[in-house]
Design a protein around this ligand. Structure first.
Ligand code: G3P
Ligand code: MG
Length: 230
């Protein structure tokens, strides 16, 4: 069974620092997180970078698509995936790497992500957990680098959760904590999958989810959740 920490910092510590930046990873570590979650996608020249949205508008105030922007033309605050990994090595942080492809780049993004992990992930850190909402990305990751554990991201747990999880050979289910019911949580844990929930920033809610059998809380505020559940 996949071993995860009880708390993972979402996009670093997104409640306290600009999401998916090196500053956010440092802040997550400072606030007690031992792992962070990041979103990886490709630039126009296929460089893997850490960014959630397909566009630079919300986080960088630039009205342009990531998929149409060269790495060299991105603001310096946007870390490459390699920059992020070097930062994790320095801080001793584990990582849930969410493969977040721009439309149509599901397979390519997964391949580049796992190739980068193979080349750069330090042996001193726990093995990363890959996750994605895109079955094609998880399947491609499995085909190229089956050694990296995978979790399927499900916005909600529908009847077919198990077949969807088995189809991509995932060992974990990462889901929206606000929509998770206790019977579903029990079902997933009984079936032997690691269960993680996003994005939980309230201590009472986190405690209730842990009480339902959830293994890991993905949160913008790791210090708040660590204080609530320990
Ligand atoms: O991986 C958990 C969570 O990050 C999934 O949703 O949209 O915040 O990437 P999103
Ligand atoms: Mg994410």
């Amino acid at each position: 069974m996949l071993q995860l920490p009880k708390v993972i910092g979402h996009r670093g510590a997104a409640a306290y620092a600009p999401e998916n930046t090196l500053a956010s990873f440092r802040e997550a570590r400072r606030r007690g997180a031992t792992w962070v979650e990041i979103d990886v996608k490709l630039t126009a020249d296929a460089v893997p970078i850490v960014m959630h949205d397909p566009s630079l508008k919300r986080t960088m105030a630039i009205d342009r698509l990531v998929a149409e922007t060269l790495r060299a033309d991105l603001p310096k605050d946007v870390p490459s995936f390699e920059d992020a990994i070097a930062c994790f090595a320095e801080l001793g942080l584990g990582c849930n790497v969410e493969i977040k492809p721009c439309e149509g780049r599901e397979v390519e993004t997964a391949r580049v992500t796992v190739e980068t992990l193979r080349r750069c992930w330090p042996a001193s850190l726990p093995q990363p957990l890959l996750s994605s909402f895109k079955p094609a990305s998880l399947a491609a990751a499995r085909a190229v680098a089956p050694e990296f554990a995978r979790a399927i991201l499900l916005g909600e747990i529908a009847e077919d959760w198990r077949s969807r999880t088995e189809e991509v050979g995932a060992v974990g289910v990462n889901t929206n904590g606000a929509k998770l019911t206790a019977p579903r949580a029990v079902e997933i844990r009984k079936a032997g999958y690691a269960l993680s929930v996003y994005t939980i920033n309230d201590g009472d809610v986190a405690r209730a989810l842990i009480g339902m059998g959830v293994d890991c809380i993905i949160t913008d505020a790791p210090d708040v959740i660590l204080a609530a559940i320990n």
